[in-house]
Ligand binder design. Sequence first.
Ligand code: GDP
Length: 327
Amino acid sequence: MDVSQIAQSVAAGDRRALARAITLVESTRAEHRALALELADRLRSTGRQALRIGLSGTPGVGKSTFIESFGLMLVAQGLRVAVLAVDPSSARSGGSILGDKTRMERLSREALAFIRPSPSQTHLGGVARRTREAVALCEAAGFDVVLIETVGVGQSETVVAELSDLFILLLAPAGGDELQGVKRGIMEMADIILVNKADGDLKPAALRTCSDYAGALRLLRRRPQDPGGFPKALTVSALEDAGLEKAWVEMQALTEWRKANNHWETRRAAQSRHWFEEEVRQGLLAALTAKPETREAMRAAGDAVARGEMTPDSAAAKVLHSLAARC
Ligand code: GDP
């Protein structure tokens, strides 16, 4: 495999080369890892940056409909749009959320768009790394906007928030007056909440839900990375293309403000540091189970703890000490 050739083609914006490059970074084979790292190093010099938008929402809320309508609107403005997914639950549902060819059919036909089906990996750490590298490849390929979608189960929102410049939470109109059980932690990550399906019979409920969330957002602690008025709640209809322009204007306004006030760079730098530390942590954990003697030491210490012969902490200290001695 000629990495320099792939790097050149990706940098020239070739979508087939980009797809191949993402396949390479998804591979877990050691020789592919080495090539993927080389590819990433070569492409770093392009220095290109996209606007990375994370989008989370429960199944059925309208994520794919929204991404298609929103993506088509951006493409109509001449912007290049890539769509990626973080979907650690795909194995459970028996298929990847973006694997279905009928999803985003119109967007996928656009020359300025690139849609990558979610891989069938189940390990969140692996999915996070693959998505992170795929985002970087899309940026190097000259995409202006990278949309990173997640179904919002477990920790995947946190992963997506750590990958994006903006984190958007998509909600459906609530039937009652409850706040749909959205966890506070997820609310705190959101930069913009979009209440979808604000059309037809659902419109009044959407407006009510939106004002409930706007109220809830005002009660959250003010974050330094926000200008006044953010985080915001807005209504949209992905089906009827309503409110999408306004949502885009707000996303751009927030981005511009953060860039002008140094928060954009600070956030990206903190994210890079986070991912570096995460890689080292994952590498250490992998090393822990790679060698038979280490596995055996872990098992023996675990047995001793289970029998009550050692406390969990002193057994861990002993294992860590012997590991450190071998480093
Ligand atoms: P996802 O599972 O979050 O990707 O949701 P989908 O995009 O597949 O949409 C789930 C269902 O909601 C589909 O039947 C869509 O047609 C419908 N839907 C999506 N957006 C809207 C909207 O803006 N208004 C209405 N009324 N229905 C919508």
